[in-house]
Design a protein around this ligand. Structure first.
Ligand SMILES: Cc1cc2nc3c(=O)[nH]c(=O)nc-3n(C[C@H](O)[C@H](O)[C@H](O)COP(=O)(O)O)c2cc1C
Length: 386
């Protein structure tokens, strides 16, 4: 049997603080700090506590060259090696440890930049809700907690600033100035199919397919995309769209079609919407949501092990979001985008692998409840009408 270390591994020194009562009573420092090592390996998708012996083994066994088991056992101790194999931090060619090897191979094959794989994997949420972590403090509460925020603009010393003429009116003004984040969706209203068709096509649809090789093509969309690869896919959660059953769909950007993955009744779709949005009920009422998922393999085919590739995925989703917002504004609809989502739950719903697909953000839109038009919403879920 041979083994090597997993491809991507970061070790963190974690500190736990506690009150040192004996020291307090003796008039000394009140805080006691305990540290331990935590291993973060994206292919395992969980944090693991390790000891100093394991740390030495993981530092000494390389990630590329396979080494005989006996060698490693002799150097670091059989018990330590067995534990690391069981944890999946060491990878083996033995079938008993096939699962960890398969995940490690998937990670190796995806061309992630190691720090990006780490950030992505360990920033995902699973089953976060309003009771266990989703916090939406008001601006007032933030002011009380943190004091005044830094000013809204960067104030550099005036080096003779050139005052610009007023912005001329333009054809995009209506959309740009009407756009706002809606937290006031009308639970009774549904979206007409032609509105949804335009929103999806003009945001996520291929406006053109360009053949760039015998078996290679790129899409032209209304938003720009890093490397022209358009790795962001749109999965659609329908709650209330005329003529479309509630459920989860994949939007095909060339066929311009909604492919059903799971249909359900409206109560189940509403429940799913809340789960996806980590309990943000003020957004979950929207009749249409779009789950934006980056196809890592498409992007990293070009940007292999690239420092900026993960950032480009997020920027792509940001561009698509704004296009979606503006099209929604054109249709007279408020929209939203959020990254406060249960990405790991979304992966599970859609049968996706976080090493190959990066859930980036969720957007949505729908008719607003009647009432005063709100342009400024200082608190998620609450509004200040102007
Ligand atoms: C990246 C990003 C993440 C956001 N996340 C949330 C969110 O989790 N919940 C929410 O209600 N709004 C969210 N928003 C909406 C912002 O709060 C909103 O854009 C901001 O308050 C300005 O309001 P406006 O869009 O109406 O101009 C997000 C916006 C962006 C661009």
């Amino acid at each position: 049997m041979k083994l090597r270390r997993c491809a991507v591994l970061y070790i963190e020194s974690r500190e736990e603080l506690s009150i040192d009562w004996p020291a307090v009573l003796a008039g000394g420092s009140a805080l006691a700090a305990n540290t331990h090592w935590v291993a973060l390996a994206p292919h395992l998708d969980q944090e693991l506590t390790i000891d100093a012996q394991a740390l030495a083994a993981l530092g000494g066994i390389g990630q590329t060259v396979w080494r005989p088991l006996a060698d490693c056992e002799q150097q670091y101790g059989a018990a330590c090696i067995a534990r690391l194999l069981d944890q999946g931090l060491l990878i083996s060619d033995n079938a008993d440890y096939a699962k960890a090897r398969e995940r490690d191979d998937t990670l190796r094959g995806a061309h992630w930049r190691p720090l990006s794989a780490l950030t992505h994997t360990f920033s995902r949420w699973r089953e976060v809700n309003s009771e266990n972590g989703m916090e939406a403090p008001s601006f007032q509460a933030l002011l009380e907690r943190y004091g005044e925020p830094p000013p809204p603009t960067l104030e550099l010393p005036d080096n003779g600033a050139l005052k610009l003429p007023a912005a001329a009116a333009g054809p995009m003004d209506d959309q740009l100035l009407q756009r706002y984040t809606g937290r006031n969706f009308d639970l009774q209203a549904s979206l007409p199919l032609d509105v949804v068709a335009r929103l999806l096509h003009r945001t996520f649809g291929a406006q053109e397919v360009r053949q760039v090789g015998p078996h290679a093509s790129v899409l032209k969309k209304t938003s720009p995309s890093g490397g022209g690869l358009h790795p962001i896919e749109a999965f659609v959660l329908v709650q209330r769209v005329d003529g479309v059953a509630p459920g989860l769909y994949h939007y095909h950007p060339i066929d311009h079609a909604l492919n059903p993955l799971r249909t359900m009744d409206s109560a189940a779709a509403a429940e799913l919407a809340k789960q996806v949005l980590a309990d943000q009920h003020w957004l979950a009422d929207a009749p249409l949501q779009v789950l934006m998922v980056g196809r890592v393999e498409r992007s990293f085919w070009k940007y292999r092990n690239h420092q900026k590739a993960y950032r480009a995925l997020a920027l792509d989703a940001g561009h698509l979001s704004q296009t979606f917002y503006l099209l929604a504004a054109e249709a007279g609809l408020p929209a939203f985008v959020t990254a406060a989502i249960n990405d790991a739950d979304i992966e599970q719903m859609l049968g996706l692998d976080q090493l190959r697909h990066a859930v980036v953000a969720v957007g949505g839109c729908g008719p607003a409840r009647s009432g005063p038009r709100t342009m400024v919403e200082l608190r998620y879920g609450e509004t200040d009408a102007i």
